[in-house]
Ligand binder design. Sequence first.
Ligand SMILES: [Zn+2]
Length: 361
Amino acid sequence: MFALVKELSELAGPTGHEDAVQDWLERRWSGFATDVRRTRVNNILARVGGSGPLLVLVAHADEICLMVKSVTDDGFLHLWPYYRDQLGKPPRWFTPLNQPALVVSSSGNVPGIFATASGHVVGGQNSQKDQFEWNDWFVDIGVRSRDDVESLGIGPGARVIWNPETRRIGRNITGKAMDDRAALAIATAAGELLAGRDDLGYEVWLASTVQEENGLLGAASLADEISFDCAIALDVGLTGDIPGPDKRDFPSRLGAGPIIVYQDASCHYSRRLTDKLLGIAKAEEIPVQRAVFQNYGSDGAALIRRGVETALVTYPTRYTHSPIETVDETDLQYTVNLLAAFVLTGDQGSDVPSMNTGTNS
Ligand SMILES: [Zn+2]
């Protein structure tokens, strides 16, 4: 599982330019799926197999990013965020500074660093400010002029992601884009586990959507491609197991199994499917946590709006939307096991077939 998460999370897939992720998935999913489709807006759909109600496991390809808005005469890139900025400056939680950067353009990827003037050279008004403005930050790609930048195919509209490598730290996995590549790793592992079996209780599909981080845009059209009966959205789950958060608000923690979410800031998930997931977890002795989330949304809301009954299954994740998103490998494997047990149980069944998927990677 670590190798799969590392490979997927290190792909560059900023919102609106998810091609590297979708290319990878199209190839990998073609290895076991009977029907792999790329939609007009760049979602990927893959039929794993089985018969019965149409179930889709949904995760998103995009990661949060910054947008190049202008280039200085001496070749530095100025930025705006990927989202509609109502604050007019970077919020406290948005922390790209001093990270390795990767500029993603139609001409290719160019490495850089997210920088600001350091204490030795900052002066004048800037030294009095206690909060950054967007224009205090820039990306340095090691060139000397605007012409150099243009010759690399970079200009306004290019995207920039933070780009640390994915590594093990103690019992955890830390890197960029655990949101939502760890979910795509889970979907891939579940697809490989279930493909070719003749005892699936659903016709199972996988989907990788674009622009989740921008109003769930990709997921909004999945129902136009295929009339799914139900869906399980897969995404990062919020935990309070670090200094700071109030555990009354965020009782979930790393290593205690997937978090099944009843409601978040964007919707109420299917209580029927959610209860069923909990029942299956109990029968299969798969550890799970239950939660409601504030300040959070998922592709599930877009699917429910289009008439697809949807549950949300998440894996505990610390430091979401930062360069150090952190997960526990055992939670990812438990999520695969839970999805497999759900699929094998089927829509009507109350008996849970015996699974022997193990919890090791
Ligand atoms: Zn996400």
